[in-house]
Design a protein around this ligand. Structure first.
Ligand code: HEC
Ligand code: HEC
Ligand code: HEC
Ligand code: HEC
Ligand code: HEC
Ligand code: HEC
Ligand code: HEC
Ligand code: HEC
Ligand code: HEC
Ligand code: HEC
Ligand code: HEC
Ligand code: HEC
Length: 288
C-alpha cells in the first residue's frame, strides 16, 4: 500500500486534489498501457494537448506524473520558484520514453537573448532544474558571475590587487552571501570588524585605500609605531590632532605645513629660514 500512501502527499499546486487512491491505480495502469501502446509511434506520448481522437487516457496532465515520479513534484513544490508558478511538467517534458527520445528539455528552449543564457553547462550552478534557484558554486566561476555583475568585474580588473586573483566564489561561497574579512585575514587591531575594514578597503579594489577624518589614530599606529609614539609624547597642540586629520583621505598623503598654517611669520623671517623644521622640528615631534 506504499504507493497509495504516497499519493496522499501534498499535491502539486496544479494537481486536482480529488484524485482518489483507486482512481490512481487505474490511471497508473492506464499510463503503463499508454507508455507501451505508443511505443511504436514516432511522436511523443506525453504532451498537454493530444489530438481529440486519442483514447481518453491519453490526455496526460501534470497530475499524472506524480503517480510514478514522486521526487520531482516534491522538489518543485518546495523549491520550484518560477518553475513551479510559471510552467508545468509538460511545458518542459514534451516527450516521454520509451518512444520519446527528447524527454529532457534544453534550457535554451525558453531562456535566450542575454549573455547569461550563452553560458555553458547551466547545471553546474543550477544543479536541479526543479529547484532552479538552489545554486551550487564549484571551481572558479568568476566569468559566469560577470554576466550579471559587470561592475564588480571592472573594479577588480581596473585596480589590480591580490583580490584580482581570488575567484568571486572563493569569497561569495553561496549567492548573495557576504564574507567576513577575518575568514582569511588578521585584524590590524583587535577592535576592528569587517565593516571597519571596508571603511578603508573597498573589497573589490582593496589597495585603493581611503579613510574618513574620524578614523581612530591607533588604527594607523598599528603599522606606524614611530609616528604614533612621537606624537603620543609630544606636548604641543599637534598631540591632540588625529593622524587622519593631517593625512587626509588618502593613504601616504603628506600635507605641507602651509596647508594649515598660511603665513605664520613675517615674510622676512621665512626668506632667511626657508624650512619650518629648522625651528619647529617635524610635525609629530613639534617644537612650539
Ligand atoms: C506509468 C508511470 C509513469 C508515468 C505516469 C510517467 N512516467 Fe516518466 N518515466 C517512467 C519510467 C518507468 C521512466 C524511466 C524510463 C526509462 O528510463 O526508459 C520515466 C522516465 C521519465 C523521464 C526521464 C527521461 C530520460 O530521458 O531520462 C522524465 C523526464 C519523465 N519520466 C517525465 C515524466 C512526466 C513529466 C510525466 C507526467 C507528464 C511522467 N513522466 C509520467 C514512468 C512514468
Ligand atoms: C523548467 C523545466 C522543467 C520542469 C517544469 C520540470 N522538469 Fe523535470 N527535468 C527538467 C530537466 C532539465 C531535467 C534533467 C535533470 C535536471 O537538470 O534536473 C529533468 C529531469 C526530470 C526527470 C528525470 C530524473 C531526474 O531528476 O533527472 C523526471 C522524472 C522529471 N524531470 C519529472 C518532472 C516532473 C514530474 C515535473 C513536474 C512536477 C517536472 N519534471 C518539471 C526540467 C523540468
Ligand atoms: C519550458 C520553458 C522552460 C525551460 C525549458 C526552462 N525554463 Fe527556466 N523558467 C521558465 C520560465 C517561464 C521562468 C520564469 C520567467 C523567467 O524568469 O524568465 C523560468 C525561470 C527560471 C529561473 C528563475 C527562477 C525564479 O524563480 O526566479 C531559473 C534560475 C531558471 N528558469 C533556470 C532554468 C534552467 C537552468 C533551465 C534548463 C535546465 C531552464 N530554466 C529551463 C521556463 C523554462
Ligand atoms: C556560474 C553559475 C551559473 C551558471 C553556469 C548559470 N547560471 Fe543562471 N543564475 C546564476 C545565478 C547566481 C543567478 C541569480 C540567482 C538569483 O537571482 O538568486 C542565476 C539566475 C538565472 C535565471 C533567473 C533570471 C535571471 O536572468 O536573473 C535564469 C533564467 C538562469 N539563471 C538561467 C540560466 C541558464 C539557462 C544557464 C545556462 C545557459 C545558466 N543560468 C547558467 C548562476 C548561474
Ligand atoms: C543571472 C544573474 C546573476 C548571476 C549570474 C549572478 N548574480 Fe549575483 N545577484 C543577481 C541579482 C539579481 C542580485 C540581487 C541584486 C540586488 O538586490 O540589487 C544579486 C546579488 C548578489 C550579491 C549580494 C548583493 C547585496 O547587495 O547583498 C552578491 C554578493 C552576488 N550577487 C554575487 C554573485 C556571485 C559571486 C556570482 C557568481 C558566482 C553571481 N552573483 C552571479 C544576479 C546574478
Ligand atoms: C576577497 C573577497 C571577495 C571577492 C574576491 C569578491 N567579493 Fe564581492 N563582495 C565581498 C564583500 C566583503 C562584499 C560586501 C561589500 C560591502 O558591503 O561594501 C562584496 C559585495 C559584492 C556585491 C554586492 C554589491 C557591492 O559591490 O557591494 C556583489 C554583486 C559582488 N560582491 C560580486 C562579486 C563578484 C562578481 C566578484 C568576482 C569578480 C566578487 N564579488 C569578488 C567580497 C568579495
Ligand atoms: C576568501 C579569502 C579572503 C577574504 C574573505 C578576504 N580576502 Fe583579502 N586577500 C585574500 C588573499 C588570498 C590575499 C592575498 C594574500 C594575502 O595578502 O593574504 C588577500 C589580500 C588582501 C589585501 C592586500 C591586497 C594586495 O594587493 O596586496 C587587502 C588589503 C585585503 N586582502 C583586504 C581584505 C578585506 C578588507 C576583506 C574583507 C572585506 C578581505 N580582504 C577578505 C583573501 C581574502
Ligand atoms: C584605517 C584604515 C584601515 C583599516 C580600518 C584597515 N586597513 Fe588594512 N590596510 C590599511 C593600510 C593603509 C594598509 C597598507 C597598504 C600598503 O601597504 O600600501 C593596509 C594593508 C592591509 C593588508 C595587506 C597586508 C598587510 O597587512 O600589510 C591586508 C590583508 C589588510 N590591510 C586587511 C585589513 C583587514 C582585514 C581589515 C579589517 C580588520 C583592515 N585591513 C582594516 C588600512 C586599513
Ligand atoms: C597595515 C599597515 C598600515 C596601516 C594600518 C596604515 N599604514 Fe600608512 N603605510 C603603510 C606602509 C606599508 C607604507 C609604506 C611605507 C614606506 O613606503 O616606507 C605606509 C606609508 C604611509 C605614509 C607615507 C610615508 C612616506 O614616507 O611617504 C603615510 C603618511 C602614512 N602611511 C599614513 C598612514 C595613516 C594616516 C594611517 C591611518 C589612517 C596609516 N598610514 C595606516 C602601512 C600602513
Ligand atoms: C599635525 C599634522 C600631523 C599629524 C597629527 C600627524 N602627522 Fe604624520 N606627518 C605630518 C607631516 C607634515 C609629515 C611630513 C614630515 C614633516 O614635515 O613633519 C608627516 C609624516 C608622516 C609619515 C612619514 C614620515 C615618518 O615620520 O614616518 C608617516 C608614516 C606619518 N606621518 C604617519 C602619521 C601617523 C600614523 C600619525 C598619527 C599617529 C600622524 N602621522 C599624525 C603631519 C602630521
Ligand atoms: C592638517 C593641518 C595641519 C598641518 C598640516 C600642520 N599643522 Fe600645525 N597645527 C594645526 C592645528 C589645528 C594646530 C592647533 C592650532 C590651535 O589650536 O590654535 C596646530 C598648531 C601648530 C603649532 C603651535 C603648537 C602649540 O602647541 O601652540 C605650531 C608651531 C605648528 N602647528 C607648526 C606646524 C608645522 C611646523 C607643521 C609642518 C611640519 C604643521 N604645523 C603642520 C594643524 C596643522
Ligand atoms: C626661525 C625659526 C622659525 C621658523 C623657520 C618658523 N617658525 Fe614658526 N614659530 C617660531 C617661534 C619662535 C614661534 C613662537 C613665537 C611666535 O608666536 O612667534 C613660532 C610660532 C609658530 C606658530 C604658532 C603661532 C601662534 O599664533 O600660536 C605656528 C603655527 C608656526 N610657528 C608655524 C610655522 C610654519 C608653518 C613655519 C614654516 C612655514 C614656521 N613656523 C617657521 C619660529 C619659527
Amino acid at each position: 500500500m506504499r504507493g497509495v500512501k504516497r499519493q496522499r502527499r501534498p499535491a502539486l499546486s496544479n494537481t486536482p486534489s480529488a484524485i482518489r487512491p483507486m482512481a490512481c491505480v487505474i490511471v497508473v495502469a492506464g499510463m503503463i498501457a499508454l507508455l507501451c501502446t505508443f511505443g511504436c509511434e514516432k511522436r511523443a506520448v506525453v504532451r498537454s494537448s493530444p489530438p481529440a481522437a486519442r483514447l481518453e487516457v491519453a490526455t496526460l496532465t501534470n497530475a499524472h506524473c506524480i503517480l510514478c515520479h514522486q521526487q520531482q513534484p516534491q522538489t518543485i513544490e518546495a523549491h520550484g520558484d518560477k518553475h513551479k508558478t510559471e510552467v508545468g511538467c509538460l511545458d518542459c517534458h514534451r516527450e516521454h520514453p520509451p518512444q520519446g527520445t527528447n524527454a529532457i528539455p534544453a534550457c535554451g528552449l525558453c531562456h535566450s537573448g542575454a549573455p547569461h543564457y550563452e553560458l555553458k553547462d547551466c547545471s553546474s550552478c543550477h544543479s536541479d532544474t526543479h529547484a532552479p534557484l538552489d545554486l551550487t558554486f564549484e571551481g572558479d566561476i568568476t566569468g559566469p558571475c560577470l554576466t550579471c555583475h559587470q561592475q564588480q568585474g571592472d573594479e577588480v580588473k581596473d585596480h589590480p590587487s591580490a583580490h584580482t586573483n581570488v575567484a568571486c566564489n572563493e569569497c561569495h561561497v553561496t549567492h548573495r552571501q557576504i564574507p567576513d574579512c577575518m575568514i582569511c585575514h588578521e585584524q590590524h587591531t583587535e577592535d576592528m570588524d569587517s565593516q571597519t575594514c571596508l571603511s578603508c578597503h573597498p573589497v573589490h579594489m582593496p589597495m585603493v585605500i581611503t579613510y574618513r577624518q574620524e578614523t581612530p589614530s591607533h588604527y594607523c599606529g598599528a603599522c606606524h609605531e614611530e609616528a604614533s609614539d612621537l606624537l603620543e609624547k609630544n606636548t604641543t597642540k599637534h598631540h591632540d590632532l588625529a593622524c587622519a586629520f593631517c593625512h587626509r583621505d588618502t593613504h601616504k598623503m603628506i600635507p605641507p605645513c602651509t596647508a594649515c598654517h598660511s603665513n605664520p611669520h613675517g615674510k622676512g623671517m621665512l626668506e632667511k629660514y626657508s624650512k619650518c623644521a629648522q625651528c619647529h622640528g617635524i610635525a609629530h615631534d613639534l617644537k612650539a
